[in-house]
Design a protein around this ligand. Sequence first.
Ligand code: NAD
Length: 452
Amino acid sequence: MADKLMTLANNPVTGGLVRALGLPTPPPLARAKEGWVAQPFVDRVVLLGAAPGGFATEAARSALSGGGARVLDVLPEQEGRGVDVALFDATGLSTPADLRSLYDFFHATVPRLARNSRVLVLVGLPEEAPGPAAAAVARGAEGFVRSLGKEVGRRGATANLAYVARGAEDRLAGPVRFFCGVQATYVSGQAARVTSSVRPVVSAPMMAALKGKVALVTGAARGIGAATAERLAQEGARVVLLDVPALQDALDATAARVGGEALALDITAPDAPARLVAELQGRHGGVDVVVHNAGITRDRTIAKMTPEAWDQVLSVNLAAIIAADEALLASGALRDEGRLVYLSSISGVSGNFGQTNYAATKAALIGYVAALAPTLAPRGICANAVAPGFIETAMVAKMPLMTREVGRRLNSLSQGGQPRDVAELIAFFASPGAYGVTGNTLRVCGQGLVGA
Ligand code: NAD
């Protein structure tokens, strides 16, 4: 739905009034129009800094120069030329005094950041640090990045951090390109973990990443699911779009629009796991990407919540997902190098008034991916969750005006995200190039100030 404040704040006639009233001035955000392109960083200026002793600098450099970027080691002389990506390799930090290198680099660079720029800091895993002080320093970088995100967000920029395990440098290309790319529009203040637990992939193409793959998206008739189906199809996947039989017409229309195949099925039906296996194995020989997106809310405070409201939410948002996974894994329908993606929520991170049922399921998925991921790593399968914040869908359009306005503004970008923004992170998790990232939950919330 239209964001009127965004329109007024960015209009030369009314913008001054919006600022004079002290209202938030949401910056216009850049978004990718198509899928991944062959040279996503052409014409982009990257400033690459590093603390001495870092082990990820060259991997980061080749990820970005391989995408066409002009990678510089010092700030460009021309005042007019902004920096599109500021990437700092902090994997060499080990003492509190070393943290000063973050200050030095970003103190000089932030004033030169272009609109909608990207900040990424790479740091070693705290648990691999040689001692408690070095672990503290690695974790300190996360606090630095989360605060920086709140500052640069005013200009539509995002700031993220990747913890990199020693020996996982060769897996950095995918995550670096995602966090430094236009696709990270609404992903900010996040800390991903790049490890070498998952068996390496045979190939990780930069474009048409899902060519030849089969993807299932549940709850795909509308909203985030529809945007995800579209995004995966753009990457070349054959997409099966699943939704309840009651939404058959909308499902057929979305499937036709994205060139996918509709499957009308209630995921809570007792025979749903078996039907899924039959459909995917029978018609497609298996499945490579499963996006568990279908979800419902039945909000009520705990004292007023009916047992039916509790049971329905638990059934759709959690039990049906686990049952489907068990069937897909036991039957072998999920192929090696598969990708499982789950829709959690910031409610599952921070809790939300009137959502004990919903938050229980969305937090459960965070625990589920963390426990499931190591069991699937030997087969090259990754399992990750995305936790959307305020996303402009039919769900939030129903909120009362003031609740909606508060939810929409309380993030570093002062605006809601689009379904497409969530689909971008899902598409990254679904890609072969994400093989260094598993068991993670990342938020797509514009760095929500609530539950951050
Ligand atoms: P939506 O209501 O627009 O779409 C959800 C889809 O799931 C619907 O098409 C619905 O018919 C389908 N579905 C529900 N129960 C089903 C079942 N039993 N079997 C098959 N399909 C079923 O919601 P959305 O806003 O697009 O949200 C998608 C996911 O993202 C959900 O899991 C939601 O909890 C999560 N999420 C959304 C937001 C947001 O701001 N919109 C925020 C956090 C998390």
